[in-house]
Design a protein around this ligand. Structure first.
Ligand code: SF4
Length: 313
């Protein structure tokens, strides 16, 4: 029986210098002032989450956040520490990065993620006006020079049609992508998608099916949402390797978490890791971190564990 697992993106900031991707909650109110120094998570919270991921057997999908929040030195510290905690080289999903940055992060990263989101040529220009595909492709060229892997994110339901799969196929081929993450559109309040429906399951599954058929070896990660968890077995059967986008700490051992594990069984996959059994944490003592930070991480960890323990439906 094949196995599957859960991948959790670790979110490191909610500041973003772009703020105009039409589906993103950050574009919903461009007048709210943002500050890269304030609109970021604390290190303790980021590292505590990485510890939880490791203990539960969740892979860190990528470190994710808006563009231009941290200095390179700050980013290096985060990436290096998460690498130490998880013993896993990280993927970065924090906008386009230059050669100097990627060279600096290289010892601790597996690769980079291009936030393509929408592959339909004209539509993409409207939806992501400040993230031109060209810049992502430039980053991929540098990744090739440095021997780093490449992945992209695609959101299904932004207005594309299945006829656009040919563009995705060409893009994956051109850049020899190792991995791809699909999300279903979750319409955000205040965005142009607010009153739209997300994609139908059949249509969403079709994108994964066609990707798997065209690329038998690519790693496919598929996101679902609480309202559509009964599609997970279909996403896996269509060719997804793993699943993502589940609020796994907040909904730990809930009916949703149990449903995901059951959906994996339905697709005849062994689920590696757990969304339902509270983990034992032992990583903290072995980490070479300063005393104050360790104390702060401990407080965050206990908060997360409390949330995970809390009885839910
Ligand atoms: S770059 Fe990312 S965080 Fe920034 S607006 Fe676009 S989707 Fe949102």
């Amino acid at each position: 029986m094949n196995s599957t697992h859960f991948e959790r993106a670790i979110f490191i900031s909610w500041y973003c210098s772009k703020r105009d991707c039409k589906f993103c909650y950050l574009s919903s109110n461009p007048n709210i002032s943002q500050d890269p120094k304030k609109d970021r998570r604390t290190l303790a919270s980021i590292f505590a989450e990485a510890i939880i991921c490791k203990a539960c057997g969740w892979k860190v999908e990528f470190l994710s956040g808006g563009c231009d929040t941290y200095t390179d030195k700050e980013l290096l510290n985060i990436i290096k520490t998460i690498y130490k905690i998880t013993k896993q080289k990280q993927w970065l999903n924090i906008g386009t990065l230059n050669k100097q940055q990627l060279t600096l992060f290289k010892p601790y990263i597996e690769g980079v993620c291009g936030t393509v989101e929408c592959i339909s040529p004209k539509l993409r220009d409207e939806i992501c006006p400040s993230k031109p595909l060209k810049e992502i492709e430039e980053m991929f060229k540098i990744a090739d020079q440095l021997n780093l892997k490449k992945t992209i994110t695609i959101i299904i339901g932004l207005g594309e049609t299945i006829g656009d799969f040919k563009h995705l196929k060409d893009f994956i081929k051109k850049h020899k992508l190792k991995k791809i993450t699909f999300y279903r559109l979750k319409p955000q309040k205040g965005t142009i998608y607010e009153n739209k429906q997300g994609p139908k399951t059949k249509y969403y599954v079709e994108w994964i099916k066609q990707t798997r058929k065209a690329f038998p070896k690519i790693e496919i990660v598929a996101g679902s949402w609480l309202t559509h968890l009964d599609e997970i077995h279909l996403l896996l059967e269509a060719g997804a390797n793993s699943i993502t986008k589940f609020p796994s700490i907040k909904n730990f051992n809930s009916k949703y978490a149990r449903q995901i594990e059951q959906e994996c069984q339905k697709a005849k996959r062994i689920f590696k890791g757990t969304l339902t059994k509270l983990p034992k944490i032992k990583e903290l003592n072995s980490l070479n971190l300063n005393k104050t930070l360790k104390e702060q991480i401990n407080i965050r960890l206990n908060n997360y564990l409390k949330r995970m323990k809390k009885p839910k439906q």
